[in-house]
Design a protein around this ligand. Sequence first.
Ligand SMILES: Cc1cc2nc3c(=O)[nH]c(=O)nc-3n(C[C@H](O)[C@H](O)[C@H](O)COP(=O)(O)OP(=O)(O)OC[C@H]3O[C@@H](n4cnc5c(N)ncnc54)[C@H](O)[C@@H]3O)c2cc1C
Length: 354
Amino acid sequence: MSLLLRLARSGYLSNKRVLVYERSPKNLNDRTWCFWEKGEGFFEEVVHHSWDTVGFYSNEFSSDLTLAPYRYKMIRGIDFYRHCMGVLEQYPQVEFRYEEVGATEVIQRLAPVVFNSIYDPSQKDPRATHLLQHFKGRVIETAEDFFDPAQATLMDFRVDQGYGTTFAYVLPLTRRKALVEYTLFTERLLSNAEYDRGLDEYMDRFMKIGPHQVIEEEFGVIPMTGQSFPFYRNGMYQLGTAGGQTKASSGYTFQFIQKRSDLIARALIEGRSLYQLPSDSSRFLFYDRVLLEVLAKGLWPGDRVFARLFARNPVQRVFAFLDNETSLMDELKLISSLPKLPFMQAAGRVLAPR
Ligand SMILES: Cc1cc2nc3c(=O)[nH]c(=O)nc-3n(C[C@H](O)[C@H](O)[C@H](O)COP(=O)(O)OP(=O)(O)OC[C@H]3O[C@@H](n4cnc5c(N)ncnc54)[C@H](O)[C@@H]3O)c2cc1C
Protein backbone atom coordinates (compact mmCIF):
# COMPACT_ATOMS: atom_id res chain seq x y z
CA MET A 1 0.00 0.00 0.00
CA SER A 2 2.83 2.39 0.90
CA LEU A 3 4.46 1.84 -2.49
CA LEU A 4 1.26 1.70 -4.50
CA LEU A 5 -0.07 4.97 -3.10
CA ARG A 6 3.14 6.76 -3.96
CA LEU A 7 3.04 5.40 -7.52
CA ALA A 8 -0.65 6.23 -7.92
CA ARG A 9 -0.26 9.80 -6.72
CA SER A 10 2.74 10.44 -8.98
CA GLY A 11 0.79 9.65 -12.14
CA TYR A 12 3.04 6.65 -12.84
CA LEU A 13 0.09 4.29 -13.10
CA SER A 14 -1.66 6.20 -15.92
CA ASN A 15 -0.52 3.67 -18.57
CA LYS A 16 -0.09 0.64 -16.29
CA ARG A 17 -2.29 -2.02 -14.82
CA VAL A 18 -1.76 -3.28 -11.27
CA LEU A 19 -3.16 -6.44 -9.79
CA VAL A 20 -3.12 -6.73 -5.98
CA TYR A 21 -3.64 -10.10 -4.34
CA GLU A 22 -4.80 -9.98 -0.74
CA ARG A 23 -6.33 -12.67 1.45
CA SER A 24 -9.47 -10.72 2.24
CA PRO A 25 -10.59 -7.08 2.42
CA LYS A 26 -8.64 -5.18 5.06
CA ASN A 27 -11.52 -4.05 7.21
CA LEU A 28 -10.25 -4.92 10.70
CA ASN A 29 -8.15 -2.82 13.04
CA ASP A 30 -5.61 -5.64 13.20
CA ARG A 31 -2.60 -3.56 14.33
CA THR A 32 -1.47 -0.19 15.57
CA TRP A 33 1.72 1.31 14.20
CA CYS A 34 3.89 3.59 16.26
CA PHE A 35 7.05 5.31 15.06
CA TRP A 36 8.94 8.55 15.49
CA GLU A 37 9.23 11.12 12.74
CA LYS A 38 10.48 14.66 12.16
CA GLY A 39 7.88 16.95 10.57
CA GLU A 40 5.04 15.57 8.45
CA GLY A 41 5.11 12.19 6.78
CA PHE A 42 3.41 10.69 3.72
CA PHE A 43 0.59 9.30 5.89
CA GLU A 44 0.21 12.37 8.13
CA GLU A 45 -3.54 12.62 7.51
CA VAL A 46 -4.16 9.24 9.17
CA VAL A 47 -2.02 9.87 12.27
CA HIS A 48 -4.44 9.10 15.10
CA HIS A 49 -2.41 10.65 17.91
CA SER A 50 1.11 11.94 18.53
CA TRP A 51 3.25 12.80 21.55
CA ASP A 52 6.16 15.18 21.94
CA THR A 53 7.31 13.76 25.28
CA VAL A 54 7.78 10.12 26.23
CA GLY A 55 8.77 8.43 29.47
CA PHE A 56 11.51 5.81 29.77
CA TYR A 57 11.62 3.74 32.98
CA SER A 58 13.93 1.07 34.31
CA ASN A 59 15.53 0.14 37.62
CA GLU A 60 18.75 1.86 36.49
CA PHE A 61 17.49 5.00 34.76
CA SER A 62 14.14 6.76 34.39
CA SER A 63 13.35 10.04 32.69
CA ASP A 64 10.84 12.03 30.66
CA LEU A 65 12.36 12.58 27.23
CA THR A 66 11.50 15.61 25.09
CA LEU A 67 11.60 14.42 21.51
CA ALA A 68 11.75 17.59 19.37
CA PRO A 69 12.38 17.71 16.44
CA TYR A 70 10.80 14.22 16.52
CA ARG A 71 7.26 13.31 17.50
CA TYR A 72 6.11 9.82 18.44
CA LYS A 73 3.13 9.02 16.21
CA MET A 74 0.41 6.41 16.12
CA ILE A 75 -1.51 5.16 13.08
CA ARG A 76 -4.37 2.72 13.54
CA GLY A 77 -4.39 -0.13 11.01
CA ILE A 78 -8.01 0.41 10.07
CA ASP A 79 -7.53 4.13 9.33
CA PHE A 80 -4.52 3.31 7.16
CA TYR A 81 -6.36 0.61 5.19
CA ARG A 82 -9.48 2.79 4.66
CA HIS A 83 -7.39 5.74 3.58
CA CYS A 84 -5.41 3.67 1.07
CA MET A 85 -8.49 2.00 -0.37
CA GLY A 86 -10.22 5.39 -0.60
CA VAL A 87 -7.36 6.77 -2.69
CA LEU A 88 -6.97 3.64 -4.83
CA GLU A 89 -10.69 3.53 -5.68
CA GLN A 90 -10.02 6.50 -7.93
CA TYR A 91 -7.66 4.41 -10.04
CA PRO A 92 -9.55 1.91 -12.22
CA GLN A 93 -6.21 0.50 -13.38
CA VAL A 94 -5.67 -1.01 -9.89
CA GLU A 95 -7.57 -4.24 -9.41
CA PHE A 96 -7.89 -6.17 -6.12
CA ARG A 97 -8.34 -9.94 -6.05
CA TYR A 98 -9.18 -11.38 -2.69
CA GLU A 99 -7.67 -14.83 -2.59
CA GLU A 100 -4.90 -16.72 -0.86
CA VAL A 101 -1.74 -16.75 -2.95
CA GLY A 102 -0.08 -20.12 -3.03
CA ALA A 103 2.34 -21.01 -5.81
CA THR A 104 4.32 -17.89 -6.60
CA GLU A 105 5.15 -19.13 -10.12
CA VAL A 106 1.54 -18.66 -11.14
CA ILE A 107 1.68 -15.02 -10.18
CA GLN A 108 5.04 -14.49 -11.82
CA ARG A 109 3.69 -15.56 -15.19
CA LEU A 110 1.02 -12.87 -14.97
CA ALA A 111 3.12 -9.73 -14.79
CA PRO A 112 6.49 -8.34 -15.82
CA VAL A 113 7.16 -6.84 -12.37
CA VAL A 114 6.06 -8.56 -9.17
CA PHE A 115 6.35 -7.24 -5.64
CA ASN A 116 5.92 -9.61 -2.72
CA SER A 117 4.92 -8.71 0.87
CA ILE A 118 4.38 -12.26 2.14
CA TYR A 119 6.88 -13.07 4.85
CA ASP A 120 7.62 -16.78 5.02
CA PRO A 121 8.99 -17.73 8.46
CA SER A 122 9.84 -21.24 7.24
CA GLN A 123 12.70 -19.72 5.21
CA LYS A 124 14.65 -19.04 8.40
CA ASP A 125 18.42 -19.12 7.98
CA PRO A 126 19.60 -21.56 10.71
CA ARG A 127 22.98 -19.77 10.92
CA ALA A 128 21.44 -16.43 11.91
CA THR A 129 20.26 -15.38 15.37
CA HIS A 130 16.50 -15.18 15.75
CA LEU A 131 14.24 -13.76 18.43
CA LEU A 132 10.55 -12.96 18.45
CA GLN A 133 9.07 -9.68 19.52
CA HIS A 134 5.66 -10.61 20.86
CA PHE A 135 3.15 -8.52 22.65
CA LYS A 136 -0.36 -8.33 23.94
CA GLY A 137 -2.10 -5.00 24.32
CA ARG A 138 -5.38 -3.63 25.60
CA VAL A 139 -7.16 -0.42 24.80
CA ILE A 140 -8.63 0.52 28.16
CA GLU A 141 -11.02 3.18 29.34
CA THR A 142 -11.10 4.48 32.92
CA ALA A 143 -14.14 5.85 34.74
CA GLU A 144 -12.25 8.98 35.91
CA ASP A 145 -9.59 11.15 34.25
CA PHE A 146 -6.33 9.26 34.61
CA PHE A 147 -3.97 9.82 31.65
CA ASP A 148 -2.02 12.73 30.25
CA PRO A 149 -2.68 12.53 26.48
CA ALA A 150 0.42 14.66 25.81
CA GLN A 151 2.86 12.10 27.20
CA ALA A 152 3.37 8.44 26.34
CA THR A 153 5.48 5.75 27.99
CA LEU A 154 7.95 4.53 25.36
CA MET A 155 9.43 1.65 27.38
CA ASP A 156 8.98 0.62 31.00
CA PHE A 157 11.46 -2.09 31.97
CA ARG A 158 10.52 -2.17 35.65
CA VAL A 159 8.44 -5.29 34.95
CA ASP A 160 9.81 -8.74 35.84
CA GLN A 161 12.63 -9.76 33.45
CA GLY A 162 12.28 -13.49 34.20
CA TYR A 163 11.33 -14.49 30.63
CA GLY A 164 14.05 -12.31 29.04
CA THR A 165 13.92 -8.73 27.78
CA THR A 166 10.44 -7.52 28.77
CA PHE A 167 8.83 -4.09 28.88
CA ALA A 168 5.47 -2.39 28.89
CA TYR A 169 4.36 0.79 27.18
CA VAL A 170 1.39 3.12 27.53
CA LEU A 171 -0.04 5.28 24.75
CA PRO A 172 -2.70 7.63 26.15
CA LEU A 173 -5.26 8.78 23.57
CA THR A 174 -7.50 10.85 25.85
CA ARG A 175 -7.60 11.55 29.58
CA ARG A 176 -9.54 8.30 30.01
CA LYS A 177 -8.36 6.08 27.18
CA ALA A 178 -5.00 4.44 26.47
CA LEU A 179 -3.34 1.49 24.75
CA VAL A 180 -1.28 -0.52 27.24
CA GLU A 181 1.06 -3.11 25.79
CA TYR A 182 3.19 -5.89 27.35
CA THR A 183 6.13 -6.81 25.10
CA LEU A 184 8.89 -9.42 25.13
CA PHE A 185 11.97 -10.11 23.00
CA THR A 186 12.39 -13.86 23.51
CA GLU A 187 12.68 -17.12 21.59
CA ARG A 188 9.30 -18.52 22.49
CA LEU A 189 5.78 -17.15 22.82
CA LEU A 190 3.93 -17.20 26.15
CA SER A 191 0.51 -18.60 26.93
CA ASN A 192 -2.40 -16.17 26.84
CA ALA A 193 -2.66 -16.37 30.63
CA GLU A 194 0.98 -15.30 30.98
CA TYR A 195 0.48 -12.21 28.81
CA ASP A 196 -2.62 -11.37 30.83
CA ARG A 197 -0.73 -11.79 34.08
CA GLY A 198 2.05 -9.51 32.82
CA LEU A 199 -0.45 -6.85 31.78
CA ASP A 200 -2.45 -7.10 35.03
CA GLU A 201 0.68 -6.84 37.16
CA TYR A 202 1.95 -3.83 35.25
CA MET A 203 -1.36 -2.00 35.43
CA ASP A 204 -1.80 -2.70 39.17
CA ARG A 205 1.74 -2.19 40.35
CA PHE A 206 3.20 0.54 38.17
CA MET A 207 0.24 2.37 36.66
CA LYS A 208 -1.87 1.92 39.81
CA ILE A 209 -4.91 1.98 37.64
CA GLY A 210 -8.36 1.92 39.21
CA PRO A 211 -11.58 0.59 37.69
CA HIS A 212 -11.40 0.37 33.93
CA GLN A 213 -12.93 -1.36 30.93
CA VAL A 214 -11.08 -3.23 28.17
CA ILE A 215 -12.41 -1.98 24.81
CA GLU A 216 -10.08 -3.77 22.39
CA GLU A 217 -7.22 -6.26 22.53
CA GLU A 218 -4.22 -6.65 20.24
CA PHE A 219 -1.74 -9.49 19.90
CA GLY A 220 1.23 -9.55 17.58
CA VAL A 221 4.49 -11.29 16.76
CA ILE A 222 7.28 -9.59 14.85
CA PRO A 223 10.37 -11.54 13.77
CA MET A 224 13.68 -10.10 14.98
CA THR A 225 16.33 -11.75 12.90
CA GLY A 226 19.91 -11.18 11.86
CA GLN A 227 19.47 -12.95 8.56
CA SER A 228 19.88 -11.18 5.21
CA PHE A 229 16.84 -10.51 3.06
CA PRO A 230 17.75 -9.96 -0.60
CA PHE A 231 15.58 -7.37 -2.35
CA TYR A 232 15.18 -9.59 -5.41
CA ARG A 233 14.36 -13.21 -4.70
CA ASN A 234 12.33 -15.93 -6.48
CA GLY A 235 11.71 -13.59 -9.40
CA MET A 236 10.05 -10.98 -7.19
CA TYR A 237 10.99 -7.75 -5.45
CA GLN A 238 10.56 -8.26 -1.72
CA LEU A 239 8.83 -5.59 0.35
CA GLY A 240 8.20 -4.95 4.03
CA THR A 241 9.18 -7.61 6.54
CA ALA A 242 9.78 -10.04 3.65
CA GLY A 243 12.27 -7.53 2.24
CA GLY A 244 14.19 -7.11 5.50
CA GLN A 245 12.52 -3.84 6.51
CA THR A 246 11.93 -4.99 10.09
CA LYS A 247 14.75 -3.63 12.23
CA ALA A 248 16.33 -6.75 13.74
CA SER A 249 17.12 -5.19 17.10
CA SER A 250 13.87 -3.28 17.70
CA GLY A 251 11.11 -4.70 15.48
CA TYR A 252 10.24 -1.21 14.20
CA THR A 253 9.26 -1.51 10.54
CA PHE A 254 6.80 1.20 9.53
CA GLN A 255 9.31 3.98 8.82
CA PHE A 256 11.73 1.65 7.07
CA ILE A 257 8.91 0.63 4.75
CA GLN A 258 8.18 4.32 4.07
CA LYS A 259 11.80 5.10 3.24
CA ARG A 260 12.16 2.02 1.04
CA SER A 261 8.85 2.74 -0.74
CA ASP A 262 10.11 6.26 -1.51
CA LEU A 263 13.29 4.88 -3.05
CA ILE A 264 11.49 2.24 -5.12
CA ALA A 265 8.79 4.65 -6.30
CA ARG A 266 11.35 7.26 -7.30
CA ALA A 267 13.40 4.71 -9.26
CA LEU A 268 10.31 3.48 -11.13
CA ILE A 269 9.07 6.99 -11.87
CA GLU A 270 12.48 8.07 -13.16
CA GLY A 271 12.80 4.90 -15.26
CA ARG A 272 15.81 3.58 -13.35
CA SER A 273 16.46 -0.11 -12.82
CA LEU A 274 15.44 -1.50 -9.46
CA TYR A 275 18.59 -3.65 -9.44
CA GLN A 276 20.60 -0.52 -8.77
CA LEU A 277 18.74 0.48 -5.61
CA PRO A 278 21.14 0.81 -2.68
CA SER A 279 20.79 -2.14 -0.36
CA ASP A 280 20.33 -1.68 3.38
CA SER A 281 23.49 -0.49 5.12
CA SER A 282 25.73 -3.38 6.12
CA ARG A 283 27.10 -1.29 9.01
CA PHE A 284 23.69 -1.05 10.65
CA LEU A 285 22.95 -4.70 9.91
CA PHE A 286 26.14 -5.53 11.80
CA TYR A 287 25.07 -3.39 14.82
CA ASP A 288 21.66 -5.08 14.76
CA ARG A 289 23.21 -8.53 14.68
CA VAL A 290 25.50 -7.71 17.59
CA LEU A 291 22.68 -6.31 19.73
CA LEU A 292 20.44 -9.25 18.83
CA GLU A 293 23.23 -11.64 19.81
CA VAL A 294 23.65 -9.88 23.18
CA LEU A 295 19.90 -10.20 23.83
CA ALA A 296 19.43 -13.72 22.45
CA LYS A 297 22.40 -15.21 24.31
CA GLY A 298 21.76 -13.20 27.47
CA LEU A 299 25.28 -11.73 27.36
CA TRP A 300 23.93 -8.61 29.09
CA PRO A 301 20.36 -7.94 30.25
CA GLY A 302 18.23 -6.15 27.65
CA ASP A 303 16.70 -3.76 30.19
CA ARG A 304 20.19 -2.53 31.10
CA VAL A 305 21.24 -2.18 27.44
CA PHE A 306 18.32 0.15 26.69
CA ALA A 307 18.74 1.98 30.02
CA ARG A 308 22.39 2.71 29.19
CA LEU A 309 21.55 3.90 25.68
CA PHE A 310 18.88 6.33 26.92
CA ALA A 311 20.78 7.41 30.06
CA ARG A 312 24.01 8.29 28.29
CA ASN A 313 22.79 9.69 24.99
CA PRO A 314 20.23 12.29 23.96
CA VAL A 315 17.04 10.55 22.82
CA GLN A 316 17.45 12.15 19.36
CA ARG A 317 20.76 10.29 18.91
CA VAL A 318 19.20 6.99 19.98
CA PHE A 319 16.25 7.51 17.60
CA ALA A 320 18.56 8.42 14.71
CA PHE A 321 20.64 5.30 15.46
CA LEU A 322 17.56 3.06 15.52
CA ASP A 323 16.58 4.67 12.18
CA ASN A 324 20.02 3.76 10.67
CA GLU A 325 20.65 7.49 10.22
CA THR A 326 23.61 8.28 12.53
CA SER A 327 27.13 9.32 11.58
CA LEU A 328 30.13 7.17 12.57
CA MET A 329 30.99 9.76 15.23
CA ASP A 330 27.54 9.40 16.83
CA GLU A 331 27.82 5.63 16.65
CA LEU A 332 31.12 5.73 18.53
CA LYS A 333 29.40 7.74 21.27
CA LEU A 334 26.55 5.22 21.42
CA ILE A 335 28.89 2.25 21.45
CA SER A 336 31.03 3.77 24.21
CA SER A 337 27.92 4.07 26.40
CA LEU A 338 27.58 0.26 26.38
CA PRO A 339 29.66 -2.29 28.33
CA LYS A 340 32.63 -3.46 26.24
CA LEU A 341 33.01 -7.12 27.13
CA PRO A 342 29.54 -8.52 26.27
CA PHE A 343 29.35 -6.48 23.07
CA MET A 344 32.83 -7.53 21.95
CA GLN A 345 31.94 -11.14 22.69
CA ALA A 346 28.77 -10.77 20.61
CA ALA A 347 30.67 -9.00 17.79
CA GLY A 348 33.19 -11.88 17.78
CA ARG A 349 30.37 -14.41 17.42
CA VAL A 350 28.69 -12.41 14.66
CA LEU A 351 31.94 -12.14 12.71
CA ALA A 352 32.99 -15.77 13.22
CA PRO A 353 32.32 -18.03 10.23
CA ARG A 354 29.22 -20.15 10.90
C1 LIG B 1 0.17 -6.34 15.71
C2 LIG B 1 1.39 -5.67 15.11
C3 LIG B 1 1.78 -4.42 15.56
C4 LIG B 1 2.91 -3.80 15.00
N1 LIG B 1 3.26 -2.56 15.46
C5 LIG B 1 4.30 -1.93 14.89
C6 LIG B 1 4.64 -0.62 15.30
O1 LIG B 1 4.05 -0.08 16.24
N2 LIG B 1 5.66 0.03 14.66
C7 LIG B 1 6.35 -0.56 13.62
O2 LIG B 1 7.24 0.08 13.06
N3 LIG B 1 6.06 -1.83 13.25
C8 LIG B 1 5.06 -2.52 13.86
N4 LIG B 1 4.76 -3.78 13.44
C9 LIG B 1 5.64 -4.44 12.46
C10 LIG B 1 5.33 -4.03 10.99
O3 LIG B 1 5.27 -2.64 10.83
C11 LIG B 1 4.05 -4.56 10.49
O4 LIG B 1 4.06 -5.94 10.60
C12 LIG B 1 3.82 -4.15 9.03
O5 LIG B 1 2.46 -4.28 8.77
C13 LIG B 1 4.65 -4.96 8.07
O6 LIG B 1 4.28 -4.64 6.78
P1 LIG B 1 4.36 -5.73 5.63
O7 LIG B 1 3.89 -5.05 4.39
O8 LIG B 1 5.68 -6.39 5.63
O9 LIG B 1 3.33 -6.87 6.07
P2 LIG B 1 1.76 -6.80 6.31
O10 LIG B 1 1.32 -5.45 6.70
O11 LIG B 1 1.47 -7.94 7.23
O12 LIG B 1 1.18 -7.09 4.86
C14 LIG B 1 1.23 -8.36 4.26
C15 LIG B 1 -0.11 -8.61 3.61
O13 LIG B 1 -0.04 -9.83 2.89
C16 LIG B 1 -1.26 -10.53 3.07
N5 LIG B 1 -0.95 -11.94 2.88
C17 LIG B 1 -0.08 -12.70 3.60
N6 LIG B 1 -0.04 -13.95 3.10
C18 LIG B 1 -0.87 -13.98 2.03
C19 LIG B 1 -1.23 -15.00 1.10
N7 LIG B 1 -0.72 -16.23 1.15
N8 LIG B 1 -2.11 -14.68 0.12
C20 LIG B 1 -2.65 -13.42 0.05
N9 LIG B 1 -2.33 -12.42 0.90
C21 LIG B 1 -1.45 -12.71 1.88
C22 LIG B 1 -1.68 -10.22 4.49
O14 LIG B 1 -3.08 -10.39 4.66
C23 LIG B 1 -1.24 -8.76 4.63
O15 LIG B 1 -2.27 -7.86 4.33
C24 LIG B 1 3.66 -4.44 13.99
C25 LIG B 1 3.27 -5.72 13.57
C26 LIG B 1 2.17 -6.33 14.13
C27 LIG B 1 1.81 -7.72 13.66
